[in-house]
Write a protein that binds this ligand. Structure first.
Ligand SMILES: [Zn+2]
Length: 132
């Protein structure tokens, strides 16, 4: 049930009410005017919401297109590099993945080594000055 303001007492009454349940206002002309104002506001709010939704959808599509473009560029880049190396794209991807994995392993190995040799490392003057 939608609510509008009574033209007399300004309290909320049903948009379908024939008279105000609070003050008994039953002036049809003024009640109809209130309904009109309510409907206008409802229409405006609905339009605003629709515009907002459209805007958000547009933005989403733009972002998706941008992502697609980036993927396309990346694929092109991969093809180009693979061609330069004289290998297939799959092989190139495997190599790149291997490099990334190796990077992770190296970082983890560094962390492990630092924690193992921390007692020695922490005594180095340069490390000491960093800690203090
Ligand atoms: Zn009233």
């Amino acid at each position: 049930m939608a609510l509008m303001k009574c033209p007399d007492c300004r309290r909320e009454i049903s948009t379908s009410a024939e008279e105000c349940k609070w003050c008994g206002c039953s002036d049809q002309v003024r009640l109809d005017r209130s309904r009109e104002i309510f409907n206008d506001q409802l229409q405006r709010t609905t339009n605003d919401l629709m515009n907002q939704i459209k805007q958000e959808q547009k933005q989403k599509i733009e972002e998706e297109n941008k992502e697609k473009e980036i993927k396309k560029q990346k694929a092109q880049e991969e093809r180009k590099k693979a061609k330069e190396l004289g290998i297939s794209v799959e092989e190139y991807r495997k190599r790149e993945q291997g490099k990334a994995n190796l990077g992770c392993v190296v970082i983890i190995a560094c962390i492990v080594l630092i924690s193992i040799y921390w007692d020695t490392i922490s005594q180095l003057p340069i490390v000491k000055s960093l800690i203090d």
